[in-house]
Design a protein around this ligand. Structure first.
Ligand SMILES: Nc1ncnc2c1ncn2[C@@H]1O[C@H](COP(=O)(O)OP(=O)(O)OP(=O)(O)O)[C@@H](O)[C@H]1O
Ligand SMILES: [Mg+2]
Length: 312
C-alpha cells in the first residue's frame, strides 16, 4: 500500500499538551506526529495514562494545545480559529466514548440524546426532518425507532453504546474518534459493536481514529497503528508490519501481553518489560526515524542500529 497518493484527512505535527502551571506543570503529550488518511482506521494504542484520550480531546478542540499543529482537511484547527471552521470541526469530527454507562445523560430521552448535536448546530429545518434524522441514525446502529422515546437506563451496555454511536452518526461526520468503545462492554457483545463500526465505515466512507490500551483487537480492525508511551509515540507502522516486525521494546511488551490461545505457549511465554529509564538517553536522546515501508520508530543512534539489524 502506497500512502503518498492517499488524501490526508488529519495531520498532527509536533503536538504538545500540558496540564497545570509553573512548578505543577505536567507534559501529557510531547512531540506527537501522525497523519490519518481518508478512509483508513488508524489505531492509537498505549497503557492507561499514556495520553490517548488527551490527544483525542485536542483534536475535538476540548483540550488546549501547548505546541504543534493539528490540521483537518489541510486547515489548522488547534488554537484560535474562526467560527465557521469551528462549526465545521464540531460537525465533521465526532467522538465515541469508552463508558456508555457514564456518557449518556440519564434524565434525557434517547430522542434528545441523539439530537443534541443537531440542536447545537441547528442542523435541521423542521421537526419532521430532525425526527427522520434520529430515526435513520437509530436504524443505522440496529435500534428500533420507538426506542427514541425511552430513557438510557432501559438499555443494556451494548445498546447504550449503539445509542452513543447513533448520536455521532446523526451529525454525518467524516472522522470518528472511537475512544476505547468496547473496553467497558461484556466480552460477548464486543464483537457486535466492532462489526457495527466496520459496517458503518464501509457504508458511509468514514475514517476512524481507534483508541485502545492493548493490541489484541487492533490487528483485526486497523490499517496502521501508532504505539504511545508516556505521551510520546514510540513506533508507527502498517498493522501487519507492526505485528511482523515489532521493534521498540514497548511495542514488544504490549505484544507479549496478548493472551495466547494455546495454554502451553501461554504458560511458557516471556512477558517483556520496557523501562525507559534504563537507557543512556541523556547523552544520546531518542529521535523519530523513518525505517523501511512506512515504519517509524523513536530511537537514539545506538538503538537505531540494533533495530535496523532486527528488521525482517
Ligand atoms: N484535565 C486534566 N488535568 C490534569 N491532568 C490530566 C487531565 N486530563 C488528563 N490528564 C493526565 O494526562 C495523562 C494522560 O491522560 P489520558 O486520559 O490521555 O490517558 P489515556 O491514555 O487515555 O489513559 P486510559 O487508557 O486510562 O484512558 C494522565 O497522566 C492524566 O492523569
Ligand atoms: Mg483514555
Amino acid at each position: 500500500m502506497e500512502n503518498k497518493s492517499k488524501e490526508i484527512l488529519l495531520q498532527v505535527e509536533d503536538l504538545r499538551i500540558e496540564f497545570g502551571k509553573a512548578r505543577n506543570k505536567f507534559v501529557a503529550v510531547n512531540d506527537v506526529s501522525f497523519n490519518i488518511y481518508k478512509g483508513e482506521t488508524f489505531g492509537l494504542v498505549g497503557e492507561s495514562g499514556s495520553g490517548k484520550t488527551t490527544i483525542g480531546r485536542a483534536i475535538m478542540r476540548i483540550n488546549e494545545t501547548a505546541g504543534g499543529t493539528i490540521k483537518f482537511r489541510g486547515k489548522v484547527i488547534n488554537g484560535k480559529i474562526d467560527r465557521s471552521l469551528d462549526k465545521e470541526v464540531t460537525e465533521k469530527v465526532q467522538m465515541i466514548f469508552q463508558d456508555p454507562m457514564a456518557s449518556l445523560n440519564e434524565r434525557a430521552k434517547v430522542d434528545y440524546i441523539v439530537s443534541e448535536g443537531l440542536y447545537n448546530l441547528k442542523k435541521f429545518s423542521c421537526e419532521q426532518e430532525r425526527k427522520e434524522k434520529v430515526e435513520r441514525a437509530l436504524k443505522d446502529v440496529g435500534l428500533l425507532p420507538e426506542f427514541a422515546s425511552r430513557f438510557p437506563h432501559e438499555f443494556s451496555g451494548g445498546q447504550r453504546q449503539r445509542i452513543g454511536i447513533a448520536r455521532v452518526l446523526v451529525m454525518e461526520p467524516e472522522l470518528i474518534i472511537a475512544d476505547e468503545p468496547i473496553s467497558a462492554l461484556d466480552v460477548s457483545i464486543r464483537a457486535q459493536v466492532l462489526n457495527i463500526l466496520s459496517a458503518l465505515k464501509r457504508e458511509k466512507g468514514l475514517t476512524y481514529l481507534f483508541i485502545a490500551h492493548d493490541l489484541s483487537v487492533m490487528r483485526f480492525i486497523t490499517d496502521r497503528i501508532a504505539v504511545i508511551h508516556k505521551g510520546r509515540i514510540v513506533e508507527l507502522a502498517e498493522t501487519e508490519e507492526l505485528f511482523k516486525n515489532p521493534l521498540h521494546p514497548y511495542t514488544r511488551a504490549l505484544l507479549s501481553a496478548i493472551p495466547q490461545p494455546d495454554p502451553v505457549l501461554e504458560k511458557h511465554k516471556k512477558i517483556e518489560i520496557y523501562d525507559p529509564n534504563c537507557h543512556e538517553y541523556e547523552q544520546d536522546p531518542p529521535k523519530w526515524h523513518k525505517l523501511d515501508s512506512d515504519h517509524y520508530i523513536l530511537a537514539n543512534d545506538k538503538e537505531l542500529k540494533e533495530y535496523k539489524k532486527c528488521l525482517k
